[in-house]
Design a protein around this ligand. Sequence first.
Ligand code: FE
Length: 137
Amino acid sequence: MSEKIRKSEEEWKKELTPDQYRICRKKGTEPAFTGEYWNSKEKGVYRCACCGNELFSSETKFDSGTGWPSFWEPIKPENVETEEDNSFLMRRTEALCSRCGAHLGHVFDDGPRPTNQRYCINSTALKLAKDEGKSKG
Ligand code: FE
């Protein structure tokens, strides 16, 4: 299990872009169809934009039609945490980076097989490491 990363608000503010800070540290959302990865079909590993934790493989990415990059499962179950989110008078499940606590997006149960899960993630919270993950058999 990787070690947790804890940084002050000031540290995050310095390291991240304003969009990354607003979305990852303040639980914001990027507008649909505007992010870097919603339509990306490139192969690789999607890492946390804040701490580099491996979050999702391009092999589990699918076109959800929502305008946000969507995956049916995390690269490792322990790398993405979930939490109940009752903000905005909605019952949703929040997805967070387990290492640094970055807000990633939400999880819904209307995804494709084999998991029927849909991890609906902000592009801003991700950084694609192209061509990674090939050696993992
Ligand atoms: Fe992280």
